[in-house]
Design a protein around this ligand. Structure first.
Ligand code: C2E
Ligand code: MG
Ligand code: MG
Length: 725
């Protein structure tokens, strides 16, 4: 507005003789006053100048406006106190007694102390006009005082909005259960929400955490490098935001997994981060579940060894290492011999204990750096790493065989198993993981086939045999459809009389390109593919039609025995009509067929097998135990089932001579079988001496090349009529 008073007020009285000079002075003063006035009215701040007595001497229009004071009041030279009372009365400070007091003190202090120290001071207050003003008071040495008023309403409002927003997002983030952090990157000071501290068990008293770098000290040392990398990636702009999972130490010393996510919200002129905010989510439970799932996916729960998946991973690593370092690798597949028998007869608990002990023994034979894995069931795999040319691989294999051959003490039971080991070498035999596994598997089967308790190395011939098996599998499907199978009959001779009332049905496969294929070669494939069910059914139907014809034409009591694999019992097709029923439908008694089973089947403790055996018995079909002596050979087992015939395996008959162990064995089997009410058939009788020894030992029947090879039905009829004459 205006400088108070006139130019005359600013000047002192002057003598008459200097009137001209005075006028000039006056003019210059007036000019200065005008200048001052226009300066004062042009600035955005309000100004009040008080004299040493605390009265307003100068003010500008902006001061009137900002303080909402009438110009007339200021023009009347009011004192600081008068102005304050006016404002208090008007209610500028509301009910805020503290503000009133502060204002009053500043007014007094401003006047009283300003003169001495000349220090400026300022404070903020709110006027009735709803404005927020920043007030600066400058005390001058002569006791006067300049007070300026700046309108900071917008600034304060902006700050308030900002704070409200921050409170809002903090609240929003925290309501999700997450903790919130706010990091002033360059000063290093970090603020944490209550929730964040709570998650980790800290509280407000742990202020030390806010200092530079303190929180990073809580990060698990194994996780820190990765965290710093993730953070730097975001700082440098390689990642849009920061996100990392790491362990953080709680106040009680335990660790929690945290998912930390954040973003830089302000940067300096150089682009360096100034402030970063983010959240911490407690993912401990999820992490634990993940670890558990990973464990389950990679380790065998029983033995704690890596499982097939993990073996695969390790194998990939080891192959890489071997390639780099130029070492050989050996891959071993180990299968326990006779494990199934132990498991079936002693129960799964004993079986489990045996597996754990076997795992321990295998591990004891190899170095820490080698991998031992459980492939499932009683199969283990080993990767022997860093094999040098002169490595004593065979020594390790021998050691393993010996370790597994030693007695297993399972509670009350002393059990013996052994192992068949297949070995393949990298890079000699193959370089791909799957090929190495396949090789080791094939070699293991060779070891098994060669009589178990031994190891066998992979060879190219094995490879060919395996490929052959694959081809046969495919062809086998065609075999049935295209009627490539035939059934031959081998007579079973009553030793005492030489009479023939029985025959065994034996299948043959006439392959269109490979010629005659032995059942020993294709039955195992048919068993493993399940095709054996259909093939077995077909053989049974051929045999029953044959026995029907022969009973009519040759011998009303004729009996044909049919081989039935364990796989046929286990995979009995639902639609298949029971054999006894099929016979009945043909008008045949059950006794026209004998079913040949093997010992392994009797070890299958499942109710289904027992039921099917019972079903045969109830239908009048007799049961013959084939290949006796090659398996578990426990006659006590036979007591539990209704077995009618025991067939002594050809391996006992082959070297049968007087005073041999084999003869003693045959005699023992015959005596025991008779004691249990069973008849005995000797297989593989090729010489008259074998026949005579068996007959002398009381063996009931003989079957073998001495009498006849398996022959076609028409030839069989010729054979019978030739014998009768
Ligand atoms: P298996 O049931 O023990 O049959 C006896 C095997 O010994 C037959 O072999 C027979 O030809 C052979 N053999 C008979 N007498 C002599 C002899 O004096 N000396 C020698 N060295 N061998 C003799 P084959 O026909 O090759 O059958 C082999 C095996 O295949 C059978 O052994 C049986 O386990 C299985 N098999 C054959 N036909 C069938 C079938 O239709 N179904 C099922 N599931 N298995 C079958
Ligand atoms: Mg047989
Ligand atoms: Mg046999």
């Amino acid at each position: 507005m205006s400088v108070t008073g006139s130019a005359a007020d600013l000047s002192a009285p002057a003598p008459l003789e200097t009137e001209t000079a005075l006028r000039q002075l006056n003019a210059s003063l007036l000019e200065k006053a005008r200048l001052l006035q226009s300066t004062l009215s042009s600035i955005s701040q309000g100004i009040l100048v008080f004299d040493a007595q605390g009265r307003v001497t100068i003010f500008n229009a902006r001061a009137c406006e900002l303080l909402a004071l009438p110009e007339s009041l200021l023009a009347s030279h009011p004192s600081v106190q008068a102005l304050a009372s006016y404002q208090v009365e008007r209610g500028d400070f509301g009910q805020n007694a503290e503000l009133v007091d502060l204002h009053a003190r500043h007014c007094v202090l401003g006047v009283a102390s300003g003169a001495q120290d000349g220090l400026p001071f300022h404070y903020l207050r709110v006027t009735t006009a709803g404005r927020t003003l920043e007030v600066n008071t400058q005390a001058l040495p002569d006791g006067s005082m300049v007070r300026t008023f700046a309108d900071v309403t917008d600034l304060v409002q902006a700050q308030a909005t900002l704070q409200k927003n921050e409170e809002r997002w903090t609240l929003a983030l925290e309501s999700s259960g997450d903790g919130v952090w706010d990091w002033h990157v360059q000063s290093g000071v970090e603020f944490y929400s209550k929730r964040l501290l709570e998650i980790l068990g800290y509280d407000a008293s742990d202020v030390h955490l806010q200092a530079r770098g303190e929180f990073d000290k809580l990060i698990h040392p194994d996780d820190l490098a990765q965290l710093l990398r993730a953070r730097q990636d975001h700082f440098d702009g390689r990642a849009k935001s920061y996100s990392d999972e790491h362990r953080v130490r709680c106040k009680d010393g335990s660790w929690k997994w945290m998912l930390s996510r954040g973003m830089v919200i302000s940067r300096d002129a150089q682009g360096l981060p100034l402030r970063m905010i983010g959240t911490h989510t407690d993912v401990t439970d999820r992490k634990r579940a993940e670890v558990l799932i990973w464990q389950q996916a990679h380790f065998d729960p029983l033995t704690g060894l890596p499982n097939r998946n993990m073996l695969h991973d390790r194998m990939a690593q080891e192959l890489k290492r071997s390639k780099r370092d130029g070492f050989q690798l050996a891959v071993l597949f180990i299968d326990l011999d006779h494990f199934k028998e132990v498991n079936d007869s002693l129960g799964h608990d004993s079986g489990d204990r045996l597996l754990v002990e076997a795992a321990r023994r295998i591990c004891a034979c190899v170095r820490e750096s080698d991998t031992v894995a459980r492939m499932g069931g009683d199969e283990f795999a080993v990767i022997l790493t860093e094999l040098l040319d002169g490595s004593n691989l065979e020594g390790i294999l021998q050691k393993m065989l010996q370790a597994l051959e030693a007695v297993f003490e399972l509670d009350k039971d002393r059990v013996f198993v052994s192992a068949s080991i297949g070995v393949t070498l990298y890079p000699l035999d193959a370089s791909a993981i799957e090929d190495l596994f396949k090789n080791a598997d094939q070699a293991m089967y060779v070891a098994k086939g060669a009589g178990r308790n031994r190891f066998s190395f992979f060879t190219p011939a094995l490879q060919e045999a395996a490929q052959n098996r694959v081809r046969l599998t495919n062809d086998l499907h065609d075999g049935l459809v295209k009627e490539q199978f035939r059934v031959l009959y081998q007579p079973i001779v009553e030793l005492a009389s030489g009479a023939v009332h029985k025959a065994e049905a034996l299948i043959r496969w006439h392959h269109p390109t490979r010629g005659l294929i032995s059942p020993a070669d294709f039955i195992p494939i048919a068993e493993s593919t399940g095709l054996i069910v259909d093939i077995g059914e077909w053989v049974f139907q051929q045999a029953s039609r044959q026995v029907q014809a022969w009973r009519l034409r040759l011998d009303p009591d004729f009996q044909i025995s049919v081989n039935k694999s364990p796989a046929q019992f286990q995979r009995r097709g639902k639609s298949k009509t029971p054999w006894a029923q099929q016979l009945q439908a043909m008008g045949l008694p059950g006794s026209s067929i004998v079913v040949e089973i093997t010992e392994g089947l009797l070890l299958d403790t499942s109710a289904s097998v027992a039921d099917q055996l019972l079903e045969l018995h109830d239908g009048g079909i007799q049961v013959s135990l084939d290949d006796f002596g090659t398996g578990y050979s426990s006659l006590s087992y036979l007591q539990r089932f209704d077995i009618d015939f025991v067939k002594i395996d050809q391996s006992f008959v082959r070297y049968l001579i007087p005073d041999s162990t084999d003869l003693t064995l045959c005699q023992a089997i015959i005596a025991m079988a008779h004691a249990l009410g069973m008849k005995v058939i000797a297989e593989g009788v090729e010489t008259a001496q074998q026949r005579d020894l068996l007959a002398a030992a009381g063996c009931d029947y003989g079957q073998g090349y001495l009498f006849s090879r398996p022959i076609a039905a028409t030839d069989f009829e010729a054979f019978l009529s030739a014998r009768q004459t």
